[in-house]
Design a protein around this ligand. Structure first.
Ligand SMILES: Cc1ncc(COP(=O)(O)O)c(C=O)c1O
Length: 442
């Protein structure tokens, strides 16, 4: 490690940190200076067990040799190629390899640089699709309360997190929201898919009736909502959404930014639930979080609908300077190879029962009011401190870092999503750390 990396800068003020309590952080910075496999190294030299795969993205663990080498080699060979009207072989190869592991019917991939860009790309594809099919009256987009679809204007419009929306004016027009599916009274301490709430999908039918199906372009949901605290879809819910969309000619978009690439023990949540969307939004795990990349999967029907008109004309006026960037593509290809060699896209299924038992052993820890899990995802919901929502979980996060574990909190919920290479003894270590923390925080 270079010396430059080890030394903490003496002025932290210039960097306005994203989604961070800046003033708190800068008084007591939590700095990471290196990483390997399941661990980070902090600037004071401690090993920190990664309970969150970075931000739900480092699915294969940190600094994996194949990925590092691929990036180094690609950077020295072809650093950048224009993304518009030009190509380079590796991005075509990557698209093919992605289609190989995608749910059946997903045959084309549009590259972006993040989950937020993938979401907005998917929404634009949906609107464009109906227009090229001669159904331009379908302009409405339906999201869901407590949904997180990144931070761009499309994503926050269909998203359902008040704090992410309230500062930003009118957002996109023509958007409606289904209710969220979190039913604490009924589904508390559920292991896996909750029993109650499948009928909430019928709210989509109500919304479609209200606006008339001829005005509705697409419905977007996270199969498992992560950012608002791991909300697992009730039994039958996603299939019902699929049926209603199919019945009305509405496109179903799954935002698989966190569920994609093995998180549930299957390549995608679509595989886990046996429900295939029309468009699948991914990012994060596609390149192991190492280099920004997103990938939007679409069916052949959607793709082919755009392939009309004179052949010298651009079919879809959308794209990014870095769509399918050579270095990101090389990182993603090496990531897919690592997943394949180590069976990581399905490893979560083997570990899930152990993970589930370990998580639910926290049921009786102080202030725990719910525990839920699916695949290698877990949530521990804490009772909020009266008048100070989020404070208890935030204190737990800070204390866990001091004790050597990286966890993530949202509201008063601890959300866990470790790299898919985690071993059973490391699951024990993570859960023991959280138990200790819950025994000591107020
Ligand atoms: C479901 C979902 N969609 C979109 C995003 C946005 O991804 P990014 O931060 O890469 O823009 C996230 C990020 O956590 C996410 O969880």
């Amino acid at each position: 490690m270079s010396n430059r990396l080890k030394v903490a800068p003496n002025d932290l003020s210039a960097f306005w940190m994203p989604f961070t309590a800046n003033r708190q952080f800068k008084q007591a910075p939590r700095m990471l200076v290196a990483a390997k496999d399941m661990h980070y190294t902090s600037s004071d030299g401690r090993q920190i067990l990664d309970g969150t795969a970075g931000l739900w993205c480092v699915n294969a663990g940190h600094c994996r040799p194949k990925i590092t080498e691929a990036i180094q080699k690609q950077a020295a060979e072809l650093d950048y190629a224009p993304a518009f009207q030009m190509g380079h072989p590796i991005v075509f190869e990557l698209a093919n390899r992605l289609v190989d592991i995608a749910p059946e019917g997903m045959e084309h991939v549009f590259f972006t640089n993040s989950g937020s860009e993938s979401v907005d790309t998917a929404l634009k594809i949906a609107l464009g699709y109906h227009r090229v099919k001669g159904e331009g009256s379908r302009f409405r987009l339906i999201g869901r309360e407590r949904g997180y679809h990144g931070v761009n204007f499309g994503g926050i419009s269909v998203g359902g997190i008040v704090t992410n929306r309230k500062m930003f004016g009118t957002l996109l027009t023509g958007v409606d929201h289904m209710p969220h599916t979190h039913l604490p009274g009924k589904n508390t301490f559920t292991r896996g898919v909750p029993e109650h709430g499948g009928d909430l999908a019928d709210e989509l039918e109500r919304i479609v009736t209200l606006h008339d199906a001829s005005t509705v372009a697409a419905v977007i949901v996270e199969p498992v909502a992560g950012s608002t605290g791991v909300l697992i879809p009730p039994k039958g819910y996603l299939q019902r959404l699929r049926d209603i969309c199919t019945k009305h000619g509405i496109l179903l978009i799954f935002d698989e930014v966190i569920t994609g690439f093995g998180r549930l023990g299957t390549p995608f949540a679509a595989d886990y639930f046996g429900v295939t969307p029309d468009i699948m939004v991914t990012a994060k795990g596609v390149s192991n979080g190492v280099i920004p990349m997103g990938a939007v999967f679409v069916t052949k029907e959607i793709h082919d609908a755009f392939m009309t008109g004179p052949e010298h004309l651009i079919e879809f006026f959308h794209g990014y300077t870095y769509s399918g960037n050579p270095i990101a593509s090389a990182a993603a290809l090496a990531t897919l190879e690592t997943y394949k060699e180590e069976g990581l896209l399905t490893r979560g299924a083997e570990l899930a029962p152990y993970w589930e038992d370990a998580l639910h052993s926290l049921k009786d820890a102080p202030n725990v009011i719910d525990v839920r899990n699916i695949g290698l995802v877990g949530a521990i919901e804490l009772k909020p401190i009266d008048g100070q929502p989020t404070k208890r979980a935030f204190s737990a996060f800070v204390k866990a870092f001091e004790k050597g574990c990286l966890i993530r909190t949202t509201g008063d919920i601890i959300a866990l999503s470790p790299p898919l290479i985690i071993e059973k003894n490391q699951i024990d270590e993570l859960i023991d750390c959280i138990r200790d923390v819950l025994n000591t925080v107020d």
